[in-house]
Design a protein around this ligand. Structure first.
Ligand code: GAF
Length: 441
């Protein structure tokens, strides 16, 4: 199809209608509704959610849809329009009693969906890390559901397709169980925790909650300033389109390499640094308003402690680099948030901070791959104000701040650069800060 190729804007209502038809064909009855939840971009605050740092996500317009109908036999069944695994018998229908969902019990994409039911029970009963039990999330003993999911979020592209799946299932199950189609922020926060629990315990990915929060608690046209100490989310209204700018995502289509073990090793290294500094999590080593000077002082204190013999879990150089990334990233987040809360943001400064964020992801967090670095360089060479890897890295996407009327030319330059490097053709998306998950049919 040639390069640049743009991922089409999702027609959510048309997809919902099609999904309803497919649901009815598969299950022999109509769904009672269709719920949709988006993926996210993140302007800054990578690999610091689990350390209590500030993240700056917005939900984008690409969603995963879940059509659902209730059952009364305690069984959860699910089909995915993206499920290509023909080896599974019974026409790819995944099924489990809700009561049997447990860590290690369910693999593949169905673990994300079924895990949500497990997470909801956990949050309902107060066994989760959520500050209080939220009884509204409880599923009755005979609760079950038939589900069918369809994703418009590019899968594995660093744009939070997993969270979109979890969160759309969460909204569907919650609505089937309670009849509530408009959960307030308190309930959305509890549902985000249920999705985190699904991912941490059922899927087994030790992620930090950024993605699920963005998917369930974002607002159209805004960015969230998400304080991951307590998951308070402030709203930042600054809109780059008012300045003729837009968010461009480059999906490098680089295969995820070693992503799982690499992600949790980053988290463990941050925890090891926190132990040396005698804080519960790295955010607590910085003052209320993190500054560059404060970050430098913490790093110096860490070096002093290590050279005077503090015991350190893991490779000292690796731990130090992850610490430096975390501290400087926490400062960059606050600096961008300061800009996005002003009436007239300095977008050039935001762009420079994005580039600094990418460099820290490359050199200190060490989660980029050549395709990501080449995409950032190509975007900057073609006039982007800034660009950085988004999300967990090891493949996936770059997000760039670009002049809207230059996006096409810029994409063409990225294509040329990828061809020179011998990389696969990337895909392009313009990302619009969009509403959180909701019922769509
Ligand atoms: C992934 C994780 F799921 C998030 O929790 C976050 O840590 C992100 O990587 C990096 O910022 O998306």
């Amino acid at each position: 199809a040639g390069c640049p190729q743009w991922v089409p804007q999702p027609d959510v209502l048309a997809r919902a209608e099609l999904l309803s038809e497919r649901f009815e064909r598969a299950y022999g009855r109509a769904p009672v509704g269709v719920w949709a939840a988006p993926g996210r971009a993140n302007l800054m605050g990578e690999y610091i959610d689990y350390s209590g740092g500030m993240c700056l996500p917005f939900a984008h317009q690409y969603v995963t849809l879940t059509a659902a109908a209730p059952r009364t036999d305690g069984v959860l069944r699910a089909l995915s329009l993206q499920d290509a695994d023909e080896s599974v018998a019974d026409h790819r229908l995944r099924t489990t009693p809700v009561a049997d969902i447990a860590p290690g019990a369910i693999g593949g994409w169905f673990g994300y969906a079924a895990g949500v039911a497990w997470g909801m029970q956990r949050v309902a009963s107060g066994r989760s890390d959520h500050p209080v039990a939220v009884p509204e999330l409880v599923l009755s003993r005979d609760f079950g559901a038939d589900l069918m999911v369809d994703s418009t979020v590019p899968i594995g592209a660093g744009l939070a397709s997993s969270a979109a799946l979890e969160c759309s299932v969460a909204l569907a199950l919650f609505s089937l169980s309670t009849g509530d189609d408009a959960p307030d922020d308190r309930l959305r926060r509890a549902l985000a925790r249920a999705c985190m629990d699904a991912e941490n315990h059922i899927v087994g990915a030790n992620t930090g909650g950024l993605d699920q929060t963005a998917s369930l608690r974002s607002h159209a046209g805004e960015t969230l300033a998400l304080d991951c100490r307590d998951f308070e989310a402030a709203r930042l209204p600054a809109d780059p389109s008012a300045a003729g700018l837009t968010w461009l995502a480059v999906d490098t289509r680089a295969p995820h390499r070693l992503a799982d073990g690499q992600y949790s090793s980053r988290r463990e290294q941050c925890e090891a640094a926190a132990v040396v500094l005698s804080v519960a999590r790295l955010r607590d080593a910085l003052p209320e308003h993190p500054t560059e000077d404060a970050a430098a002082a913490v790093l110096e204190r860490f070096d002093d402690l290590v050279s005077s013999g503090a015991t350190l879990r893991g490779n000292p150089e690796g731990v130090r680099l992850r610490l430096r990334h975390s501290l400087t990233e926490m400062v960059r987040s606050v600096r961008i948030a300061d800009q996005l809360s002003s009436v007239d943001p300095d977008w050039a400064l935001v762009g420079r901070l994005l580039v600094a964020g990418h460099e820290s992801m490359r050199l200190d967090c060490q989660v980029t791959v050549p395709e990501l670095d080449a995409a950032v360089t190509a975007c900057l060479d073609a006039g982007a104000l800034g660009a950085k890897v988004v999300g967990g890295g090891f493949g996936g996407s770059v997000i760039a701040l670009v002049r809207a009327d230059e996006a096409d030319a810029l994409a063409a330059s990225v294509c040329a650069s990828f061809e020179e490097h011998g990389f696969r053709d990337p895909l392009f998306l313009t990302l619009t800060p969009s509403a959180a998950g909701r019922r769509v049919r």
